[in-house]
Design a protein around this ligand. Sequence first.
Ligand SMILES: CC(C)(COP(=O)(O)OP(=O)(O)OC[C@H]1O[C@@H](n2cnc3c(N)ncnc32)[C@H](O)[C@@H]1OP(=O)(O)O)[C@@H](O)C(=O)NCCC(=O)NCCS
Length: 153
Amino acid sequence: MDAMINICEMTASDTEAVAAMEESIFTTPWKLRDFEDLLDQPDRGCIVAKSGDMIVGCAVFHNIVGDVDITNVQVKEAYRGKGIGKRLVKAAMEKARAAGGERFTLEVRESNLAAISLYESLGFTVEGKRKNFYENPREDALIMWNRKARNNL
Ligand SMILES: CC(C)(COP(=O)(O)OP(=O)(O)OC[C@H]1O[C@@H](n2cnc3c(N)ncnc32)[C@H](O)[C@@H]1OP(=O)(O)O)[C@@H](O)C(=O)NCCC(=O)NCCS
């Protein structure tokens, strides 16, 4: 774990840096507006990791009547492997649970072993697959669930 990393809720002044990070990491990136839409929402939110003033990661959740979709997780390449992704997802799950979330789900590229390991380390297991869910490149999505997060956080 990196003690110099601060985990907190995204604010309006963070959105441009988060969108720039998103664009540098994903082939089909969310837009600035997608992150702005997460501000001040009771059922969704974005947790960010900061090294000083610099955004180095984020995790997004959307609570749909108790089922929480973790819709976006990312850490800047130079900051990976330090436990930041795990801290981000954990914080997003805790925040979502405080807002009534009970079960957690997400989709992940079948080849994304780093992300799958991260989610497994937080109690998620694979429960299904969506054929050709992703583009650029086309790939199946694994559907993972954690239905007992209370015991795992
Ligand atoms: C997936 C991602 C967020 C992981 O972030 P990270 O900060 O490097 O992950 P952490 O250091 O918190 O690791 C969490 C767990 O996953 C495991 N893990 C992380 N990267 C791994 C890798 N490359 N290979 C194997 N396991 C890995 C760690 O061992 C750790 O497990 P542990 O707690 O049992 O020791 C990061 O690699 C990333 O941003 N990737 C690009 C964007 C992406 O794919 N996002 C997910 C979309 S679904």
